[in-house]
Design a protein around this ligand. Structure first.
Ligand SMILES: Cc1ncc(COP(=O)(O)O)c(C=O)c1O
Length: 413
């Protein structure tokens, strides 16, 4: 259920008026709905309940400690890509045995820490990484659990910047190379091959590439097993898309059905790494209008949020619905909603239909829960926004707005 609704003409998150949050916390500010988060996790768990599946939340989508705590409490593990994500996840209560470590480049200190806490699997993406892992596991007197990430050369039919399953990208292993690594792992006492997997991209709204990818992983797993090796799981990564605009993504049940029906005959455990699907529509970015202006070509609404707070529109040309916090009877106009950053590309939305806006009015960008705050930067020496979690009629700050001093805290004069 959508937790961002209008009540008596005023936008709310659950039962809290966004206006109240703006007044008490200020803007720009990310606002998350706890009910939306836990609702998504429940839907995931229900969809995969018929088959042994480890649900590992992709921490990169939103790594706020309170968001993580909620997700882990609700029963998910974690898919991490850095030491920072590992430490955050541990702090937020993840079970180490439910952590998988993805990513095309892992540092020694990162690998050692993950070995020490005993994660479930390292998703290996190159021979060099596997050799490094074997050496470090030996050094620690441990056996590193591994999964081989395959690049299946499948077009996920998504934005090229988030398509990761093609040979033109840096991700994964070609199958023939992966087959060599199976032997390498088999012959190394400090490695244990547990899984194979892939992640073909993000914001996928067409199930066909996903179906093709899972068939390929099942076929590859069969080859490994036929060669006399043991396997425990197949990891299908993340990628399930959400509605930002007019997309019609598959339902979670359709997605689960495709994956489960392909993996079930092998009897291997299934693992998935959803990020966007869990948090994307559980958050918004709340902004205040600073000014309006017109050129002979355009009408601009300038807000206090910018590309440093939410970079997706500037980086991927992605769409976020933009809505006024107070519904008005005023005449709609066509405006570009832009931020104050000194880049022409600092545009949240072009040619949007909005009621007349004045300085001080509030508006919000929907579907900003995933790849929003985690991609925020200090560009233009702007402090990162506050983050707020709403639960029913209550809300609390889960990340305070950065202070000016934070900007130069670690610098020298
Ligand atoms: C390896 C891996 N797993 C999972 C994800 C999460 O993807 P999504 O947020 O689309 O579910 C990503 C995102 O890029 C990824 O690289």
């Amino acid at each position: 259920m959508d937790q961002f609704t209008y009540q008596h003409g005023e936008a709310h998150c659950e039962d809290v008026a966004l206006k109240t949050i703006a007044k008490e916390i200020g803007t720009p500010c990310y606002v998350y709905s706890k009910a939306s988060l836990s609702g998504q996790v429940k839907k995931l768990k229900d969809a995969f309940s018929a088959y042994p599946t480890l649900l590992c939340y992709a921490v990169k989508a939103n790594s706020n400690l309170s968001v993580l705590k909620e997700i882990f409490q609700d029963g998910m593990g974690a898919d991490i890509v850095s030491l920072g994500e590992l430490e955050r996840s541990l702090k937020a209560g993840v079970k180490p045995t439910e952590v998988v470590y993805s990513g095309v480049g892992k540092r020694e200190d990162e690998i050692l820490r993950a070995l020490d806490v005993g994660i479930y699997s390292f998703n290996v993406e190159s021979k060099a990484e596997l050799e490094n892992l074997a050496r470090l596991a030996k050094q620690r007197g441990k056996i590193a659990p591994i999964s081989l990430r395959i690049n299946p050369n499948i077009d996920a039919k998504t934005n090229p910047k988030i398509a990761t399953g093609l040979f033109s990208t840096k991700f994964g292993l070609v199958e023939s190379e992966a087959m060599e690594l199976v032997l390498f792992a088999q012959n190394n006492p400090n490695l244990e091959l547990k899984g194979v997997g892939c992640h073909i991209g993000s914001q996928i709204t067409d199930l066909k590439p996903m179906a093709e990818a899972v068939e390929r992983m099942v076929a590859f797993a069969r080859r490994i097993i036929a060669d006399g090796h043991k396997l425990e799981f197949i990891d299908m990564g993340g990628g399930l898309g959400i509605v930002y605009d007019k997309e019609i993504p598959p339902s979670i049940d359709q997605y689960a059905e495709i994956l489960i029906s392909a993996v079930k005959p092998l009897g291997l455990r299934l693992l998935i790494e959803p990020g966007r699907w869990v948090v994307g529509n559980a958050g918004i970015l709340l902004c205040t209008v600073l000014a309006t202006k017109k050129t002979p070509k355009k009408s601009f609404v300038i807000v206090d949020g910018a590309m440093n707070d939410l970079v997706r529109p500037a980086m991927y040309d992605s769409f976020h619905a933009i809505q006024p916090v107070l519904l008005s009877e005023g005449i709609e106009g066509i405006h570009d909603v832009v931020g104050p950053v000194c880049e022409t590309g600092d545009i949240f939305g072009s040619d949007r239909s909005l009621p007349a806006m004045n300085a001080g009015d509030l508006l919000y960008l929907r579907s900003a829960g995933a790849y929003g705050s985690t991609m925020a930067s200090n560009y233009n020496s702007r402090t990162k926004p506050a983050e707020v979690m709403v639960e029913g009629a209550q809300f609390k700050t889960v990340r305070r707005r950065e202070k000016l001093e934070d900007l130069w805290r670690d610098e020298e004069l």
